[in-house]
Structures are given as structure tokens and as C-alpha cells.
Ligand binder design. Structure first.
Ligand SMILES: Cc1ncc(C[n+]2csc(CCOP(=O)(O)OP(=O)(O)O)c2C)c(N)n1
Ligand SMILES: [Mg+2]
Length: 604
């Protein structure tokens, strides 16, 4: 074995950790997000002495490392890697790893463990990591028990993460990390000899399935299309097929950046943060084409039986999951659409498409009025409506779970070349800032804008500002803007409680401590703005966008303006009436005329 080691390294001694770094680099991994601990001392040593191009990003909390690894995967298409120590460090990773798992992102977690001789001995920080990670990394979680396993553990963890678009995990006992590396396992029984590399390939449906799908789409009269993250890279094809089908296109939240909002028949988002144009289209269609989406909420899709449906998805498990689909197409969105398009007959221009385009115009006009309505404090809708036209080309947007996600969904208009993401399926708070940091590391030349709630900032965003402060001078451009919606409220949930439970705002659980985010960020080197008056909004955005360092914009916004649009709230008019009857006037105060009447007439 020593001979092999020397063959590969000349006179240098390579240990298991050096070899792990080398192997990661052979796979093209260039960044590891992580946090130190004695369970991974060997790897940290190897990282610091490595001449390989891999870089380490030191975060403030391991959950952030996992969220960054997920965002890295989302914004680069590469595998994201995070590194944490045994016990508490590994446990902290979990939420971020679930974010990656639920949004189908390839992420590899490398975690430390107590030394092998201590395992099973109730040793300090000893946690049963295989069991703990068995759900989040169920496709592949293994612990190394000897050096000659390392090559295949790393190779398989990366390959499976890539091919299944999921989370995998390699557990590395602390003592194994400094053993001599075995680059080439002995050529004998029980040895595993894996290689590096994963082909770029795509899957396409059969000709027969394409014919069947084309038939359903060709005989339909009112076609609506819903796209998700799986339609990224298929924008031209989506536009092409939509034009042939005389259809409109709605976007699930994770598919926000898959298609430009400039396209006149894009109805915007669907769901709780969706537009009336999308809602009308879904209610009126007789045919539904789903592309790369697993948008979950049935009530926003056509009723069963209303529409004949075709779905395209790269993952067979996601087919016919949300709507009983007549023709399931298992394949890559772009390649499948390319093969479907020649089979589609051009539908004549009909009232269907023009009504969709008209609905979009009506929606935009109404939203403009709503953004300019008076409120006690700053209207959050106006904050984002004024930012949207100023967004730089090719910028990257991220958002937290919270009211900000609604304004991000509805008010920030995507143009071709932009990227945008959030925690779609896990919908975890606290992803906006780590996502933005990962985006900036991956694309340092681009402007990155994160929309964060004040609750999320208090949960972890404030700490992660320190990471920006630590690294921003190493980025090619300094342009990263953190927008904090300071509403002193866990606002989205406060509104859900009004809508779903008929509760008034519950002071004990919903009001959060006030904090001066701008002052704090300024103290660690940010350029900061407190946005409190409508007439200053545009000027603050312009100044923020041309800043020569990271920016934090603290918008002091009105929690009584609902992040949910009226057409969604109207379905809960009786519950909202109950919240009003119990002394909370917010639902009545800022709603439109029709909703107001519904609330006033509602029985509770
Ligand atoms: C980790 C986590 N905890 C709790 C929730 C439930 N939740 C969703 S949005 C929200 C409120 C967020 O408050 P804030 O960050 O202040 O944003 P706001 O809605 O006020 O703009 C909560 C508590 C969640 N999604 N994730
Ligand atoms: Mg808040």
C-alpha cells in the first residue's frame, strides 16, 4: 500500500483527508461550505495544506453551510458540498439538507464522527449518525471503517447525489482521516474500484407517448401551462409550444426564473401568492400541460375532470402526483418539448389567449393601485414594485419563507438571464441570506439581492451577515443587497392565523423584538439604509444598487398589509370576519372593496 501511495505522490505522504480533497477536486468540486470541529480536524488540515482549487467557506452555523450547499447546486447545476463535525455540527446540518432533499438538489454532506475505537461507547458527542441521516440521505449514507473504502464512498456519494438529484452523506470517523490514504485499493476479493465522472445525458419519452400527448393537446380548446424549476433551460421551447397551443403560462414559485415575466402571456405565479390571471386561467382551461413542476396545492389547479392533462417530468416519481394526468411524459423538459413541438398543430387565435393577456394587464393595473394605497407605515408592496424595474440584468434573487416570499413572487419581475430561488418545498425561514452568499460565491460578478423577514434575520440572518463581512472583499464585485422587512411580526403566519383560524393577531407568539438591523449591519461594514417613507424608496434602491460594498436595506413596513392577495383571502372571508370581531381590524382596514363587503357580510 505504501508503494502505491508513493507512486502517486512522489515523496509526499498523502493521508485519507488529503485524498478526499483530491478526489472531490477530480469530481470538479470547487467549494466546500462548513464549520470546524475536532471530529473533522483531519479534513480541515488537508484543506488548509491543499494546492487543489477547492475553497472553503466558513459559515456561522452548520445549517447555513447546508443551505449554501443547496443554493450552490441551484445556482450552478453542480453538486453542493457541506462539511460538519460530529454530534452537534452534524445535527445542525439537517434542516439545510432537508431543503436540498425536498427541492431535489444534489448535495453531499461530509461529517465527522468519534474515533472508531470509541464508537458504541457513549463517547462524548457520539451520535448514531447513520440512523440520524438515514431519512435525509436515504439514497446513500455510509460510514468509513477503513481507508481503502474512501475512494468508493466519495465517488458513490457524489455520483448518487448527481444522478438522483438528492442528498447523500459520508461519515468519517476522526481517526481514519489521518491514516495513510489508499488511492488504489488492492486488486483482490472484496475490493471496490470506482471511477470519477457522470455523463451529461437526458431522458426522452417514447414516440408513442409523444403522439398521445400531442393528441390530447391538439384536441383541447383552452390550454393552460404550468411550469416549475424543471422548465429552467427550456424557456424558448415553452414559449414555442405556448404559441402553438394559444395558451397562457403560469409559474410555480420554484419556476419563477424559468421564464421571463416580459412574455405577454405569462400569468405570473400560482397559489397563495398567485395572480388572478393565473387563477382565471386554471379555472377556465380544458387542457393542462404541466412542465417540471410538483406544485402542491390542489385547490389552485383545475378540478378533477375539468381538464385533460399532460405532464413532463424528469423524475417518474413526480408524474401524475398532483393531478390525474392522462399522458405522462418521462423526460427532460427541453428535449421532450423539442420532440413534442413538431407534433402540435397551430391553434387559431381565439378569445382564450386574448382573455389571458387581458387578465394579466388588469392584474398589473390593480396591483399598481394597491402598491400606492396609503398605509400607516411603509407599504411593502410598493417597496418591491419600485425595485422591480431597477433590477440589474442577470441579477440573482433569493427570498425567505415569510411575507417577503409573496412580494418576491408577485412584484419582482424576472427578465431573461436572471436567476431566483428560495426554499420551495421545505419553505424554511432563514434561507435568503445563506442562499445569497452562495450565489455571490458562485457568481461574484453578479448583483445578488436577498429578501429576508425580520424574524428570519433574528433566527440566523443577522449572524450570517458576518460571513458577508468576512468575505466580500474577496468577491469580484461587492454587490449584495440584503432587504429586511422590519414589520416586528411573524407576519405571514399572523395572516394565516387570521385566515385559517379566525384569530386576531396573537401578541404572545407573533410579535417579535424590535432590532436596529441597519445600525448592526453598519457596525460590521455594510452600507445601510432605513427605508421608511414612500417618496424615498426609488432613491434608496438606486443608491443601494450602485454601492461599493454590501448593503442592508431595512424597510420599516406595515404588518397590517396582507401578503396574501384579496382573491385568495376572499375564500376565508368568514374567518377574517372572526378576527375582526375579536378586535383585530387589519383584514378590514387594507382590503379591497369586494373583500371588505364579504368580511362585513360574513357570519362568524
Ligand atoms: C424554520 C421555520 N420556522 C417556522 C416557520 C413557520 N413560518 C413561516 S413564515 C413565518 C413568519 C416569518 O416571519 P418573518 O421572518 O418576520 O417574515 P414576515 O412574514 O414577517 O415578513 C413562520 C414563523 C418556517 N417556515 N420555518
Ligand atoms: Mg416579520
Amino acid at each position: 500500500m505504501n508503494k502505491i501511495r508513493q507512486l502517486n505522490l512522489g515523496n509526499t505522504t498523502m493521508n485519507v483527508s488529503d485524498f478526499i480533497i483530491k478526489r472531490l477536486c477530480a469530481w470538479g468540486i470547487t467549494r466546500i461550505f462548513g464549520y470546524s470541529g475536532d471530529g473533522i480536524n483531519g479534513i480541515l488540515g488537508a484543506l488548509s495544506r491543499s494546492n487543489e482549487p477547492v475553497k472553503f467557506t466558513q459559515v456561522r452555523h452548520e445549517e447555513m453551510a447546508a443551505l449554501m450547499a443547496c443554493a450552490h447546486a441551484k445556482f450552478t447545476g453542480e453538486v453542493g458540498v457541506c462539511l460538519a463535525t460530529s454530534g452537534p455540527g452534524a445535527i445542525h446540518l439537517l434542516n439545510g439538507l432537508y431543503d436540498a432533499k425536498l427541492d431535489h438538489q444534489p448535495v453531499v454532506a461530509l461529517i465527522g464522527q468519534s474515533a472508531r475505537k470509541a464508537l458504541g461507547g457513549d463517547y462524548q458527542q457520539e451520535v448514531d449518525l447513520i440512523s440520524l441521516f438515514k431519512d435525509v440521505a436515504h439514497e446513500y449514507v455510509h460510514m468509513a471503517s477503513e481507508a481503502s473504502q474512501i475512494r468508493h464512498l466519495i465517488d458513490r456519494a457524489i455520483r448518487i447525489a448527481k444522478s438522483q438529484r438528492t442528498v447523500t452523506c459520508v461519515i468519517l470517523p476522526n481517526d481514519i482521516q489521518t491514516e495513510d490514504a489508499v488511492e488504489i485499493p488492492p486488486h483482490e476479493h472484496y475490493s471496490i474500484h470506482t471511477g470519477v465522472g457522470h455523463p451529461s445525458s437526458y431522458c426522452i419519452p417514447t414516440e408513442a407517448a409523444l403522439d398521445d400527448a400531442a393528441h390530447v393537446l391538439n384536441v383541447g380548446n383552452k390550454v393552460s401551462i404550468l411550469i416549475g424549476a424543471g422548465a429552467t433551460n427550456a424557456a424558448d421551447e415553452v414559449i414555442h409550444i405556448a404559441n402553438l397551443l394559444d395558451a397562457g403560462v403560469a409559474k410555480a414559485l420554484l419556476g419563477k426564473s424559468a421564464l421571463s415575466d416580459d412574455v405577454p402571456f405569462v400569468t405570473g405565479t400560482i397559489g397563495f401568492f398567485g395572480t388572478t390571471a393565473t387563477e382565471n386561467m386554471m379555472k377556465g382551461c380544458d387542457t393542462l400541460l404541466l412542465i417540471g413542476t410538483s406544485f402542491p396545492y390542489a385547490e389552485f389547479l383545475p378540478r378533477e375532470g375539468q381538464a385533460r392533462a399532460v405532464q413532463i417530468d424528469i423524475d417518474g416519481r413526480m408524474l401524475s402526483l398532483r393531478y390525474p394526468v392522462e399522458v405522462n411524459l418521462l423526460g427532460d423538459s427541453r428535449e421532450t418539448l423539442r420532440r413534442l413541438i413538431p407534433r402540435i398543430h397551430q391553434k387559431p387565435n381565439s378569445g382564450w389567449r386574448s382573455k389571458i393577456v387581458e387578465d394579466i394587464k388588469i392584474w398589473n393595473k390593480e396591483q399598481d393601485q394597491l402598491a400606492h394605497r396609503n398605509s400607516d407605515l411603509l407599504n411593502p408592496q410598493r417597496v418591491f414594485r419600485e425595485l422591480s424595474p431597477l433590477l440589474p440584468d442577470n441579477c440573482i434573487l433569493t427570498a425567505d419563507s415569510g411575507s417577503g416570499a409573496s412580494w418576491y413572487a408577485r412584484e419582482l419581475k424576472i427578465r431573461a438571464g436572471m436567476m431566483a430561488s428560495l426554499s420551495g418545498n421545505l419553505a424554511t425561514m432563514g434561507c435568503a441570506v445563506p442562499y445569497a452568499i452562495a450565489a455571490k460565491f458562485a457568481h461574484p460578478e453578479k448583483t445578488v439581492i436577498a429578501v429576508a423577514g425580520d424574524g428570519a434575520m433574528q433566527m440566523n440572518g443577522n449572524e450570517e451577515l458576518l460571513t458577508i463581512s468576512k468575505y466580500w472583499k474577496s468577491w469580484k464585485t461587492p454587490n449584495i443587497i440584503i432587504v429586511v422587512l422590519n414589520n416586528r411580526d411573524l407576519n405571514m403566519v399572523t395572516w394565516e392565523q387570521r385566515m385559517m383560524e379566525g384569530d386576531p393577531k396573537l401578541e404572545t407568539t407573533q410579535v417579535i423584538p424590535d432590532f436596529n438591523y441597519a445600525e448592526y449591519a453598519a457596525s460590521i461594514g455594510f452600507l445601510t439604509f432605513r427605508m421608511a417613507f414612500p417618496e424615498n424608496i426609488a432613491d434608496i434602491w438606486k443608491a443601494a444598487l450602485k454601492a461599493d460594498r454590501p448593503v442592508l436595506v431595512e424597510a420599516i413596513t406595515d404588518p397590517d398589509i396582507s401578503p396574501f392577495p384579496d382573491h385568495v383571502m376572499i375564500k376565508s372571508a368568514d374567518k377574517l370576519a372572526s378576527s375582526v370581531a375579536r378586535g383585530d381590524n387589519a383584514a378590514l382596514k387594507n382590503s379591497g372593496h369586494i373583500l371588505q363587503q364579504k368580511i362585513e357580510n360574513a357570519k362568524y
